[in-house]
Design a protein around this ligand. Structure first.
Ligand code: ZN
Length: 229
C-alpha cells in the first residue's frame, strides 16, 4: 500500500472483530486515527459500548452517530427483534441479516464526517471472502461508491478495505501480526446474540468467527512446531 503516514484516517468501528482489526491496521498506516460508530437500532445496543471501550483501549477519539432511520427501512433480523434470524443462507436470496443500504449509508455518513474534519481516508472492514455475499460488501460496490462520494463532495476520498480479500482465518492472522490478537479475541462483539468474545457459538456470525479462529490456531501451531515462528 502507498504510504499515508502523514495523513489521518477515519475508521468505521462497530466493536466487532473486523472493524477492530481495521482500527489497529489503520493505527499502523496513518499518522492519526479516529473512530466513527454508527448506531442504527441494531439488536444489541451493547455494540456501541463495546466499540467505545475498544476506541478507549486504542487511544483514539470516538464519535457516535445515530442512523436509527435504517431500522425503519426494509425488514431485517438485525433491527427487527420479532424476526427469527436466518442461521443459513437461503438458496435464492440473502439471509435476513442483510440490512439493505446499510454500508452505503454508513460510508456516506463517514465521508461527510471526514469531510468536516479534513480527513480523506476512510477505513471499513467489509470483505468479499467467506461471508454471506452481501452486495454492499463487494469490492465493485466500494469502488463505485468511492467515485460517487468524491463526485458528491468534490474531494479525493480513498476508501480502504484491508480485509476485502481475507477470509476469517486471515483476519485472525492479521490481528496477530498487528499484536492485538488477544484484544480482538476477548474484547470484541461479533455475536448476533450479543455475547462478547467467543459468543454464543451457534449464530452465523459466531460459526464463521469460530471456524476461522480454529483454522488460524491450527495453522499457527503447525508453524510453531516447525520452528518457523
Ligand atoms: Zn453468536
Amino acid at each position: 500500500m502507498k504510504d499515508f503516514k502523514n495523513e489521518d484516517a477515519l475508521v468505521l468501528l462497530s466493536g466487532g472483530q473486523d472493524s477492530t482489526t481495521c482500527l489497529y491496521w489503520a493505527k499502523q498506516h496513518f499518522k492519526a486515527v479516529q473512530a466513527l460508530c454508527i448506531s442504527y437500532g441494531q439488536r444489541h445496543s451493547q455494540e456501541v459500548k463495546v466499540a467505545q471501550h475498544i476506541a478507549e483501549m486504542a487511544a483514539v477519539p470516538f464519535q457516535l452517530l445515530d442512523a436509527g432511520i435504517i431500522s425503519q427501512l426494509a425488514p431485517n433480523s438485525l433491527t427487527d427483534l420479532s424476526m427469527r434470524m436466518d442461521e443459513d443462507k437461503p438458496a435464492d436470496s440473502y439471509p435476513n441479516t442483510f440490512v439493505p443500504g446499510r454500508n452505503m449509508i454508513f460510508l456516506t455518513l463517514a465521508a461527510a464526517t471526514a469531510y468536516a474534519k479534513g480527513i480523506r481516508h476512510l477505513v471499513t472492514g467489509v470483505s468479499e471472502a467467506d461471508y454471506s455475499g452481501y452486495p454492499d460488501c463487494r469490492d465493485t460496490f466500494i469502488r463505485s461508491l468511492n467515485t460517487s462520494l468524491n463526485l458528491a463532495m468534490d474531494k479525493q476520498f480513498i476508501v480502504h478495505t484491508p480485509l476485502m480479500w481475507r477470509n476469517k482465518e486471515e483476519v485472525w492472522q492479521l490481528s496477530d501480526e498487528l499484536g492485538v490478537f488477544d484484544i480482538v479475541r476477548n474484547e470484541t462483539l461479533t455475536c448476533y446474540n450479543g455475547i462478547i468474545a467467543d459468543g454464543c457459538g451457534h449464530c452465523p456470525s459466531c460459526k464463521l468467527r469460530k471456524k476461522g479462529l480454529e483454522a488460524y490456531l491450527k495453522k499457527k501451531s503447525t508453524l510453531v512446531e516447525a520452528g518457523k515462528i
